[in-house]
Design a protein around this ligand. Structure first.
Ligand SMILES: NC(=O)C1=CN([C@@H]2O[C@H](COP(=O)(O)OP(=O)(O)OC[C@H]3O[C@@H](n4cnc5c(N)ncnc54)[C@H](OP(=O)(O)O)[C@@H]3O)[C@@H](O)[C@H]2O)C=CC1
Ligand SMILES: CC(C)(CO)C(=O)C(=O)O
Length: 307
């Protein structure tokens, strides 16, 4: 398959590298020192999901030099979605699909406004990865996967082909038909996990061991699930319990990407995580005091520190 990755960071860099390693024609749209390193030294992956080097990768700032792809993997941070969406045009052929991998629940719907629902796949990435240095992606979990679904609910052969390609390339894929369920299942976990770990500046281990912190985490999950249900998303009855079981099973040292960003003084996605829950809760009449506190605790850091 021909795959273009916009945003070659922790998420796009890792999944794109696996697909390239498996022999697919993968091109990365990147920028800055990371782009320069990709062009000079190739793309290195290290960490718990395996280490390998792709010594020569197609990396560029200019999507026109890539041309139409089968799949565009769209993996910039949420606050970069609007600007990076302008890069998609030259990558579109008549049947190209665009797979969004942002946390949060809005990205596929934002892209749908310009691209139309038939082209957009909304995805949730289950991975913990960062750009450790320019040209180097570090993954801190052994097993990774993408769950995704078409915005219009119509599962196409190309989407199924991508799911197969991912599995053959070494990461899990789950192709569903209800994009909101795919997004909200992760969002309810992630908004709570990222918000509480970032607010408390702690990996998950100490949080789940302290009764007060654990209760905060449980309340954050419950608020997110309540908002999702009020929005009409078909979340399973045991959603909150399932999420807490999952968070009990992850390694004690695991941090959210938002905590990693906070520690690196990078911009935060908090407005699209706890902020979205607060906004939707207000619209739907669901109280969200924990997410309001998370938003308040982090909002002054949301722009990061330039440089
Ligand atoms: N990291 C993780 O473990 C997980 C992250 N996610 C989600 O995935 C999304 C991506 O996150 P992540 O991979 O961590 O982000 P990263 O910051 O690691 O990577 C994003 C990359 O996109 C680049 N970029 C942004 N805009 C442009 C542009 N216009 N042109 C070219 N390159 C651009 C960024 O460059 P620059 O640095 O210069 O801004 C950066 O290199 C987020 O929504 C996140 O919440 C989901 C699951 C896990
Ligand atoms: C929780 C995790 C690591 C799950 O993939 C994640 O998505 C994030 O921290 O952004």
């Amino acid at each position: 398959m021909k795959i273009a990755v916009i945003g070659a960071g922790g998420v796009g860099g890792y999944f794109g590298a696996r697909l390239a390693q498996a022999g697919h024609d993968v091109a990365f749209v990147a920028r800055g020192a990371h782009l320069a390193a990709l062009q000079k030294n190739g793309l290195a992956v290290e960490g718990a999901a395996g280490s390998f080097l792709l010594p020569a990768v197609h990396a560029t700032r200019d999507p026109a030099s890539i041309g139409p792809a089968d799949i565009v993997v769209f993996a910039v941070k949420m606050y970069d979605v609007a600007a990076a969406a302008a890069l998609i045009g030259p990558l579109l052929g008549p049947d190209t699909l665009v797979l969004t991998l942002q946390n949060g629940v809005d990205a596929p719907h934002l892209l749908t406004r310009n691209l139309g629902a038939r082209r957009v796949l909304g995805g949730a990435a289950y991975i913990s990865a960062v750009i450790a240095a320019p040209g180097v992606i570090r993954v801190s979990v052994p097993s990774t996967r993408i769950e995704f679904a078409p915005v219009d609910g119509a599962v196409s052969p190309l989407a199924a082909e991508f799911a197969d390609a991912g599995r053959a390339a070494g990461f899990g894929t789950v192709l569903g038909d209800d994009v909101d369920v795919v997004l909200w299942r992760k969002f309810c976990m992630l908004a709570a996990f990222s918000g509480v770990t970032a607010m408390l500046r702690s990996a998950i281990g100490p949080i789940r061991e302290h009764a007060v912190a654990r209760a905060l985490l449980g309340d954050a999950v419950a608020e997110a699930v309540a908002v999702g249900r009020a929005r009409g998303v078909a979340l399973p009855d045991d959603m909150a319990a399932t999420i807490l079981r999952l968070l009990d099973a992850v390694p004690a040292l695991m941090k959210s990407s938002m905590l990693e960003d906070l520690e690196r003084h990078r911009p935060l996605e908090v407005e699209d995580l706890s902020g979205a829950i607060v906004r939707l809760g207000a619209e739907l009449g669901v109280a969200t005091p924990v997410h309001r506190a998370i938003l308040g605790a982090l909002v002054l850091h949301a722009a990061g520190v330039p440089g």
